[in-house]
Design a binder for this molecule. Structure first.
Ligand code: LMR
Length: 333
């Protein structure tokens, strides 16, 4: 059924391709989060920049909140050309057969945003983007969201508290292994399905960034929130390779510079956006807050590091070692 929609979208797209030379080139940019998030704001920034710089020769249509497609369908739609641009969380490339991106999901792999940036903006980030190309996808930049917090319908202070809880995860084997290692029951759900699943008790909790939790109102259907910073959530800004490479060179030049600027913008606002969202969740008074102390965080990290080893055969030991080298922190520290 999903594929039918994707194909229908692709056909609709062909039908709206520029008929005359003066018609603008349309870039459909689909994403699953709210406009008022780091990704949503950066998508809007990119739209403005592109339209300004190309003097309207290129029109970016942004479709937030899974309006067009849900998580996995998005990637199919991009490959088929029904949309031209996406910014999925890097956790979501596993089902495409590109497992290495799941390295980003390893618990506590990045000690800071700066360390993450050295990985994504350096040779590792570039080599990961190369892996997208045989799938007809081009990676243009890494967009930040931030580190996750846990929400649940019971207090989570220690790793033992996860036992038996049904936890929503993104479609990542690393996240699955993480929650299994805690005796929890991980359940993959599309982002657009999370609110209802939390509300109806299909799942007991989940992990996400404050900006995603606040804008989707997850905190209104959860009782507890733990500031744990256990998983990094970030995005790959990607395009349909054939479409992008087929654009006139002058237009591509303008688009490349707009992408660069929108990427810098996203990465400059993400931390503050999440801080603000966390404060708003707190002010709403709907959830009881628990902030892990430095000592507790170190215990969580220690308890979860075995997932790095367990996932090495899937992700690649060399890749994990290369990330440790770049961040300066290894599983043994
Ligand atoms: C999620 O599915 O939880 C997030 O990756 C959604 C997003 O794109 O931030």
């Amino acid at each position: 059924m999903r594929s039918v929609w994707v194909i229908a979208g692709a056909l609709a797209c062909l039908a709206t391709a520029p008929a005359r030379a003066e018609d603008p080139i349309v870039i459909k940019f689909s994403h699953v989060v709210a406009p008022d998030t780091p990704k949503g704001k950066a998508a809007e920034k990119l739209r403005q920049l592109v339209e300004e710089r190309t003097h309207g020769r290129v029109k970016v249509e942004v479709y937030p909140n899974s309006q067009l497609y849900k998580d996995k369908e998005e990637l199919e739609a991009l490959q088929l050309g029904a949309v031209q641009m996406l910014a999925p969380s890097v956790s979501k490339f596993g089902p495409l057969g590109i497992k290495e991106f799941e390295a980003f999901d390893l618990p506590y792999i990045f000690p800071s945003v700066e360390a993450l940036r050295r990985v994504s903006d350096g040779p590792i980030g570039k080599s990961l983007f190369k892996k997208l190309e045989p799938k007809g996808i081009l990676g243009l930049g890494y967009w930040d969201n931030g580190f996750s917090v846990i929400t649940a319908n019971k207090p989570i202070h220690k790793l033992e508290d996860f036992k038996g809880l049904k936890m929503r995860i993104q479609s990542s084997k690393v996240l699955e292994a993480t929650y299994r290692s805690l005796g929890a029951l991980p359940q993959v759900l599309a982002f657009s399905e999370v609110y209802q699943a939390l509300q109806t008790g299909v799942v007991d909790g989940g992990e996400n960034t404050p900006s995603n939790i606040y804008t989707q109102k997850f905190h209104e259907v959860q009782k507890y929130l733990t500031v744990s910073d256990n998983t990094y959530i970030g995005y790959a800004l990607i395009v349909n390779k054939k479409f992008w490479e087929g654009l006139p060179a002058d237009i591509r030049g303008e688009l490349d510079s707009a992408v660069k600027e929108a990427t810098a913008y996203c990465n400059s606002i993400a931390e503050q956006e999440n801080r603000d969202a966390l404060a708003k969740i707190k002010a709403s008074g709907t959830v009881e807050f628990y902030v892990l102390s430095t000592q507790e965080k170190a215990e969580w990290r220690k308890g979860l590091l075995k997932v790095h080893d367990e996932m090495a055969p899937r992700i690649g030991k060399d890749l994990i070692e290369a990330i440790y080298k770049e961040t300066g922190v290894s599983a043994t520290q």
